[in-house]
Design a protein around this ligand. Structure first.
Ligand code: BF8
Ligand code: SF4
Length: 630
């Protein structure tokens, strides 16, 4: 315990620099080089005042040219861009959720996809008024999956999962006319509204941005999370490791990257198969190591303890180690750069989804019906590639940290039951957690989420903000690349409790948890929604009254904006470290940072300064406590 030390940003940067030297040797490109070519960025784009949705344009707003050719002003252009950004993010998350529902629809007792959490399946079926009595679990799985798939195009009504939100929240949504209908409809409405000659009124564009976001958070993403749990198991705390040092020089290294666990789950399974391990040995390797990047990594880390090689801006680094036999990707957040980069090494870049096809990759079309064979072929391809490694290029840094991951809502509730002297009737609720918060032992919680962005030193804001929060007795729940930043730094090691204030440290000791709880991938931010809803119901408070805020300090993707919109709409103030291209319209800025509070009791704050951002979050949490008199 005494020798516990966080990995610093500087140490990670030194590793990256060492890897970039290898890159230079083989003539590899890297994001660090491309950023130089792309900066300074276009100011019109940054302010959101460039419109190219019709061919009379592109139009750019300046003081001299305050309207586009059609007459649209900056507010309309910024607002439309914001809504289109949201629609892109919602589509990505939700289509991922749809794929998972499809996988469940094809689950069979003989595999490869089985029902691993029948209890959760039955719970969802009951919520959705689907008869469960006397039904074969696979028949039920298919029936529930069919209904879930129908949620994407339902003719009337709202997303089924919104019934999980507290009554008050649903009332707000109805009043604000942002209650999410069919997922596909919200995306189509967003695209329709932003077609040339449609909506240019900021308020209407923000409302649809929120409704589209909500169809993601309380629709598509929740479908992704819940049915991944049904298929692959609901996460429970499990030990793993994080950072590039998890790769093993003597082994065949397979790196899984992307978001959809359907592929990676099977890759992990076959990589564990004695037959495959023997085959790897026959090729001169000692074994097979599967590690992950981005949210696919979070998925398999949470359920199998598969180590995390890194997050978003570390994806090129895994290839630069010279020891990656195959980087196997599914969808989203995958750099097209991996194609040309892998060609500088022996690495096989394997794409698997029709949704994500890239040049310079080996495409193995992954399909639920042939998944077993596909996964086996990919593992074999990686093993066969081991002998093509150039030992002169191999450098795996030995840096890694221990991490305990797997804090689903179910796991948090169960774990925290051990903290307080909770009565028997309080087990299975969030009441023990609420007691910690009410008594002030824990001041509140921050949901830290989102990406890396080259505009910010990778991981810097994530890690520094987390350190500041836990020192102030604010517990962190984390997902996506933020969670991986924490794990790489060591903040998911239980020993990190020593960095906490006295209250949170005591909770960590009693509950045997790290101060930063890994809640999963980005679709798993829906777990955070469920936790907030449960906390509100168990406390009798509204979500917006809870001393809880959201933060995406280094976000970059459209998905992150969709998330931001559903987190704010759910009643949680959300803090961003990167501007969502709205600075070109004061009306849009006003709405997002203030006006929307009238609809949903929460709003955005954008602050690029680390210290201010941290202080603002603490302030907000303390304000909420003061308002409650706790
Ligand atoms: O969905 S945090 S860089 S990996 S978008 Fe992508 Fe951002 Fe990472 Fe997961 Ni989420
Ligand atoms: Fe220009 Fe209007 Fe066309 Fe946009 S919609 S490109 S502002 S003319």
């Amino acid at each position: 315990m005494g020798d516990f030390k966080l990995t610093t940003i500087e140490e990670n940067e030194a590793i990256t620099n060492r890897l970039l030297e290898t890159g230079a040797k083989v003539g590899a490109d890297s994001w660090q080089l491309r950023v130089k070519n792309q900066t300074p960025h276009c100011k019109f784009g940054e302010q959101g005042v460039c419109c190219r949705i019709c061919s009379m344009g592109p139009c750019r707003i300046t003081p001299k040219a305050p309207r586009g050719i059609c007459g649209c002003d900056a507010h309309g252009i910024v607002g439309r861009n914001f809504l289109r950004f949201t629609a892109g993010g919602c589509a990505a998350h939700s289509d991922h959720g749809r794929e998972i529902a499809h996988t469940l629809y094809q689950a069979r007792p003989e595999g490869p996809y089985k029902v691993k959490d029948p209890e959760k399946l039955i719970r969802i079926a009951k919520e959705w008024n689907i008869e469960t009595e006397g039904k074969d679990i696979y028949d039920l799985a298919h029936e529930v999956a069919y209904v879930a798939l129908g949620e994407y195009g339902k003719i009337e009504g709202y997303q089924n999962f919104t019934s999980r939100a507290p009554e008050h929240t649903r009332e707000l949504w109805k009043k604000a006319e942002i209650m999410p209908r069919a997922v596909d409809r919200e995306i189509a409405t967003a695209m329709h509204m932003t077609h040339m000659g449609n909506t240019s009124k900021p308020e209407a564009l923000v409302r649809q941005s929120f409704r589209t976001g909500l169809s993601d958070g309380w629709g598509g993403s929740m479908t992704g999370t819940e049915f991944s749990d049904v298929l692959f198991g609901t996460p429970t705390p499990i030990e793993t490791e994080a950072n590039l040092g998890v790769m093993v020089a003597e082994n065949v290294n397979i790196v899984v990257h992307g978001h959809d666990p359907s592929l990676s789950e099977l890759i992990c399974e076959y990589a564990d198969d004695p037959e495959m391990i023997a085959y790897a040995k026959s090729k001169g390797a000692k074994g097979i190591t599967v590690s992950g990047v981005c949210c696919t990594s979070n998925e398999v880390a949470m359920r199998r303890g598969i180590p995390m090689a890194g997050n978003f801006l570390q994806q090129e680094n895994v290839v630069l180690t010279g020891a990656c036999e195959a980087i196997v990707v599914d969808v989203q957040c995958i750099f097209p750069a991996l194609g040309p980069l892998s060609k500088c090494f022996h690495t096989k870049f394997v794409t698997t989804s029709p949704i994500c096809q890239m040049p310079d990759s080996d495409f193995v079309r992954f399909d639920a019906a042939t998944a077993g064979e596909n996964a086996k072929a990919i593992v074999k391809m990686a093993i066969d590639n081991f002998e093509n490694r150039n030992p002169d290029l191999v450098y795996i840094p030995d840096t890694k940290q221990k991490a305990t991951v797997g804090y689903s809502v179910e796991a948090i509730v169960k774990t925290l039951d051990g903290v307080t002297n909770s009565q028997v009737d309080e087990t299975g609720t969030t009441k023990p957690l609420l007691q910690c918060i009410t008594s002030g032992v824990i001041r509140g919680a921050v949901a830290m989420v989102g990406c890396n962005n080259p505009k910010i030193r990778p991981d810097y804001l994530h890690v520094e903000l987390m350190k500041k929060m836990i020192a102030n007795d604010i517990v962190i729940i984390a997902s996506g690349c933020s969670a991986q930043a924490a794990a790489k730094a060591g903040l998911m090691d239980k020993a990190a409790k020593d960095l906490c204030g006295a209250g949170l440290k005591r909770v960590c000791e009693l509950a045997d948890i790290p101060p930063v709880l890994h809640m999963g991938s980005c679709v798993d931010i829906s777990r955070m929604l469920m936790l907030a809803a449960e906390l509100a119901k168990d406390s009798g408070l509204n979500i917006s009254q809870l001393p809880v805020v959201g933060c995406a300090p280094e976000w970059m993707s459209e998905k992150a904006v969709s998330i931001g919109n559903y987190v704010v709409s759910t009643g949680l103030d959300t803090f961003l470290g990167v501007d969502p291209y709205v600075s070109g319209s004061d009306q849009m800025c006003e709405l997002l940072t203030n006006g929307v509070r009238d609809w949903v009791e929460a709003a955005y704050t954008v602050e690029k300064d680390l210290d201010k951002l941290g202080d603002l979050m603490i302030e907000r949490i303390e304000e909420k406590r003061a308002a409650l008199g706790i």
